[in-house]
Design a protein around this ligand. Structure first.
Ligand code: ZN
Ligand code: ZN
Length: 288
């Protein structure tokens, strides 16, 4: 049974919740299985989630955000769950901007919000979807730093002409940038998040955002902003050299994707990154 109640606080601030410790409680024997912060509770211990603890499967039956308790029961379900997370980025303050011809590269302060809106049940044995459910959970949001690029119409036209999926190309390019950025700025891929969209309300253009996954930011995207050409170059190498046909975990698939790795167009991302690298190499990058 999955709780679909509406929580009184639709909007939970990570700033106030991140230091709180939730207890993941086995309602079967009243033992605490583990502790987690609010962010992990929303991403992994949502009502309906099936998770493994020391080799045993548990099903989350309820989240009590007032008492900070996640209720779970042992289960023999032969599936696990992957969260469907809706992410949004709002630009607060653009602090740096460079134009590489018709490609814009920016850096600045953003507000990231994320909400688990559902989950996909996947069979342990064949890793295929066996069902999905939609749930209502609080949204968390936090201020952090991000870099973002805007992709010009001319590049979208090139993708369309080549028969590539535009949203899938942007999304796959976003995953590649997140995967390779840690090599340039020395961090873990889990320290970064991103979104891609064919129209962003602040940039009014197709955009790819990569944001620092820490409240306030810890300088990761700022240093990547200064070395963005290297990031794009590494991303292009990765996707070009991967021998798979349509994408795999070594190139465009991300274990952290909130959208179940859909849509992804590996070959479209290769074309897009090639066009972007060409712009970065042939234009000067004017701007502040
Ligand atoms: Zn691959
Ligand atoms: Zn994704």
């Amino acid at each position: 049974m999955v709780s679909t109640e509406t929580y009184p606080h639709r909007f939970v601030s990570l700033r106030t919740l991140s230091d709180k410790r939730y207890h993941i409680l086995n309602d079967g024997d009243r033992q605490v299985l583990e502790e987690a912060d609010a962010y992990k509770v929303i991403e992994e211990f949502y009502p309906g989630a099936v998770f493994l603890h020391q080799g045993d499967s548990y099903l989350v039956t309820d989240n009590d955000h007032e008492q900070q308790v996640v209720h779970a029961v042992p289960t023999t379900q032969n599936y696990y769950t992957d969260a469907i997370i809706r992410s949004d980025v709002v630009v607060q303050n653009e602090r740096g901007h460079r134009d590489y011809g018709d490609v814009g590269l920016s850096f600045g302060k953003v507000v990231v919000s994320e909400q688990t809106v559902g989950f996909i049940k996947k069979s342990f044995h064949i890793e295929t979807e066996v069902g999905r459910e939609y749930i209502d959970t609080p949204e968390i949001s936090y201020e952090t730093m991000a870099l973002w690029i805007t992709v010009p119409d001319a590049m979208l036209d090139r993708l369309t002409e080549g028969g590539y999926d535009i949203a899938g190309s942007l999304h796959a390019a976003e995953h590649l940038l997140i995967a390779l950025m840690p090599i340039v700025v020395l961090c873990d891929q889990r320290d970064l998040g991103g979104i891609s969209t064919i129209l962003h309300r602040d940039t009014l253009k197709p955009s790819i955002f990569v944001y620092d996954g820490h409240i306030g930011g810890v300088g990761l995207t700022e240093s990547a902003y200064g070395r963005f050409r290297d990031v794009v170059s590494l991303a292009l190498d990765r996707v070009t050299e991967c021998p798979c046909k349509d994408g795999c975990p070594s190139c465009v698939y991300s274990p952290k994707c909130g959208n179940n790795n859909k849509p992804l167009d590996k070959n479209g991302a290769r074309v897009l990154l090639g066009l972007l690298l060409d712009r970065l190499d042939t234009t000067t990058g004017g701007g502040a």
